[in-house]
Design a protein around this ligand. Structure first.
Ligand code: PEP
Ligand code: MG
Length: 752
């Protein structure tokens, strides 16, 4: 080790001494990391130990924050440490933060360290841990240094892979990594859930096998078939089933359900003396045996469809068409479904529902939106895994990493229970801040509002201590229903929202439909670029009745109190004026009719189309407030589709061009004395929120889950120097200033 304190042999000898000492194992590890750090002239040396379930836990560190020990956990493949463990090979990086696998664990404070050398700790050819050194500067670790660290890791394996650190069962669980079946799935709503499997569409258990009257059984079967056909036709006519994967499944169902051969075989089975249910079951057993043997992969894949269809038929026979939501649920239900609509999800008892696994499912599906609002972990694209889980089986969903475990070992369950407990503790810390002011160390108030869109979001207002709702997405109510909500329904809904908000302000955004938010009651032409297409205010101005009714409902619901209305996707002043004219007309209409009005109507617009950002001066004279919608604004600004995983996060929004645009909007609004809120997802991330506040922003509307972390950040922030620092960042040629901002936060004690 060049430049090291003592040569490698000296280090190894001292390591042996430390490891042979009678001190408790964690003390020995602490001494080991101190020794290695000093020897390698590294600011950081850390040891991660593999625990059951392919999890790497920080066990000892010199240089990172001590409170991260036993808290920071990474899954194999996650982050640089996870990559080293998963591949079993070292990583030597002089600029670790630009590596695509880099993930930031805020509790470690590792953001200021640029270079990283990490090696796997191997025992009997298996990865039992990872040893890492880090330096602040962009250091190039030499070949010899990398080799020396590997030698050190070999020596460490004695201790790290032993049962002194983790229980023996866990060591063997780590060694036999595939012992518990685990599957990669797509994360749709984050979070961890541990619970018992519940089949969304329960499997009918057959108690009566022998028919008393075969004719009656045939009649029952025919009625069940008729019901099944109707059910499939109904599903196929639903608007969101007109194309895509769901549609293909239904086409297959329709084909099978109409298959005469299938029907005939069930008839024959009844004729042999079975009840209709038993006959369906018997034919399915035959199908299964036949299809499992076939070499035709397509037919084998269809087996799950046929299983499902047979079960549906039996549910028609048993007259049990409801989902598991209407049955009694275990206290920790993990619901498994081939597909599920948002309304079906809402039928479940929230206090018992822990998580959902979908065979298909996508990020933009309505059920996903609802699951996120409910805070329920949801994973999709689980394929036939859904069929492999039986009712009441223990399941763990890791909705952060995108994994599920079926019947996991006690060690895996325990390690997830610990993670859940650590999160609960963090949530408790945030809850303790509920009534604390959201004020910086130097006394500037940052107003924190909440984004909402469903009735179920509303209790979060109380829970988080948000000052109001800065963005209420009214379209969700329109998206979950099959029909356009009637005027009375809308009035009732908005009244409930206002009632729940009590005296806090609520900003209702008028319908933002189209694009990625289709509604079933309105036919749409196929569009090549729906995000740039006929959506939001464009639909509203072309079909003014929709907006008129919505405004009518809002004015009625807000009688006697203030009403805030905001328009989405306004691209030019003329559009804003046209939309505003509709509100003015509705106000006049009420006046003419002698009806009461809200005490004050404030009207504003989202700034989420770049053109509007360059038309602010004239616009600001006509609005009561504006709100920056970074989700759309940034996808148009960088010409990168927010829903396309290949490009959605390609550009760092903490970059000079994006920050300059935000700065321009914020400062122009302030110059005109017009309040400006930031309501895109970005504002809910602590580092991004810090940057925006540094650009002059004083009001954020963020998801309820972000209020606690952002408030904690605000309360640790001293604004003074940040504002000057931000101005300098805007002038840089860097593609991202994330690293600089992280270092700033670290050096100034900002809690991220
Ligand atoms: C936005 O575009 O930033 C926004 C808040 O609106 P939505 O995410 O609903 O499009
Ligand atoms: Mg938007």
């Amino acid at each position: 080790m060049t430049g090291a304190v003592g040569g490698p042999r000296v280090l190894l000898r001292r390591l042996r001494e430390v490891m042979a000492s009678p001190a408790p194992p964690d003390r020995r590890l602490d001494a080991v990391v101190r020794l290695i750090a000093a020897n390698m002239v590294s600011e950081v040396c850390s040891i991660y130990v593999a625990r059951g379930g392919e999890i790497l836990e920080l066990f000892a560190t010199e240089g990172l924050k001590k409170e991260a020990v036993h808290k920071t956990r990474l899954r194999f493949h996650e982050g640089l440490v996870g990559e080293i463990a998963a591949t079993g090979t070292p990583l030597n990086l002089s600029n670790a933060q630009t590596h695509p696998k880099f993930v930031y664990k805020p509790e470690t404070g590792e953001e200021v360290y640029q270079s990283l050398l990490g090696v796997p700790i191997l025992r009997a050819g298996r990865v039992v841990g990872v040893l890492v050194v880090q330096n602040r500067t962009q250091r190039h670790y030499s070949e010899e240094e990398a080799e020396a660290l590997q030698t050190v890791a070999m020596v460490l394996a004695e201790l790290v892979g032993s049962s002194e650190l983790v229980r023996p069962e866990e060591v063997s669980a780590t060694l036999e990594r595939a012992a518990t079946p685990s599957f990669e799935v797509l994360t749709l709503a984050e979070g961890i859930a541990i619970g018992r499997a519940v089949l969304h569409e329960p499997i009918i258990e057959i108690h009566d096998h022998v028919a008393r009257d075969p004719d009656e059984e045939i009649e029952r079967l025919n009625r069940a078939f008729a019901g099944l056909h109707q059910q499939i036709d109904r599903l196929m006519s639903a608007e969101d089933m007109k194309s895509g994967e769901h549609r293909e499944i239904l086409d297959v169902y329709k084909m099978f359900a109409s298959d005469r051969g299938w029907q005939q075989r069930i008839h024959d089975a009844i004729a042999s003396g079975l009840t209709a249910e038993a006959a369906v079951e018997r034919v399915q057993i035959e199908n299964r045996a036949r299809l499992q043997k076939t070499s035709d992969a397509y037919l084998r894949e269809r087996l799950g469809d046929l299983d499902d269809l047979s079960n549906r038929l039996n549910r028609h026979l048993a007259g049990k068409l409801g989902t598991a939501a209407s049955d009694s649920l275990p206290d920790d239900a993990i619901v498994l479904a081939r597909s599920m609509g948002p309304a079906e999800l809402l039928e479940y008892d929230r206090s018992k529902l822990r998580g959902v696994i979908l065979q298909d499912g996508s990020a933009m599906a309505h059920v996903t939106i609802v699951a996120r609002a409910l805070g329920i972990p949801l994973v999709g694209q689980a394929g036939d895994v859904v069929n492999r889980i039986t009712s009441d089986e223990l399941v763990v969903i890791d909705g952060d990493a995108g994994w599920i475990y079926i019947s996991p070992s006690a060690e895996i369950v325990q390690s997830y229970q610990e993670t859940v407990a650590a999160r609960t503790e963090r949530t408790a810390q945030y809850e303790a801040l509920r009534d604390a002011p959201s004020t910086t160390v130097d006394g500037t108030e940052i107003e924190l509002l909440m984004n909402a869109g469903l009735g179920i979001d509303l209790p979060q207002l109380e829970r988080t201590g948000a000052k109001g709702i800065g963005l209420f997405r009214t379209e969700f109510q329109f998206m979950v229903g099959a029909q356009m909500p009637r005027l009375e329904t809308q009035i009732e809904y908005y009244s409930q929202v206002l009632q729940a908000a009590e005296d806090r302000p609520v900003v209702f955004r008028t319908l933002d439909i189209g694009g990625d938010k289709p509604v079933s009651f309105m036919a749409r032409d196929e569009e090549e670029n729906p995000a740039l297409g006929w959506r939001a205010i464009r639909v509203a101005l072309d079909r003014p009745a929709l907006l008129r009714y919505q405004i009518r409902a809002l004015l009625e619901a807000a009688v006697g109190r203030g009403l805030n209305v905001m328009f989405p996707m306004i691209a030019e002043l003329a559009e804003y004026r046209a939309a505003r004219a509709i509100v003015d007309k509705e106000i006049e209409r009420r006046q003419r009719m002698g009806l009461d009005l809200p005490t004050k109507v404030r009207i504003g617009t989202m700034v989420e189309v770049p053109s509007l950002a360059w038309h602010l001066e004239p616009l600001l004279a006509h609005v009561d407030f504006i709100s920056i919608g970074s989700n759309d604004l940034m996808q148009f600004f960088f010409a990168a589709d927010r829903g396309n995983p290949k490009v959605g996060s390609r550009y760092d929004l903490l970059s000079p061009p994006a920050l300059s645009l935000f700065h321009h909007i914020i400062s122009t609004a302030h110059r005109h004395g017009v309040p400006v809120t930031f309501c895109g997802e970005l504002g809910g991330k602590t580092l991004e929120a810090m940057a925006l506040i540094g650009l002059g922003l004083r009001r954020l509307s963020i998801s309820s889950a972000s209020i606690g972390p952002v408030k904690m950040m605000v309360r640790s922030l001293t604004l003074g120097s940040l504002e000057t620092y931000m101005k300098d960042l805007l002038l840089l040629g860097d593609r991202s200033v994330r690293g600089r901002l992280m270092a700033y936060a670290h050096d100034h004690g900002v809690v991220l």
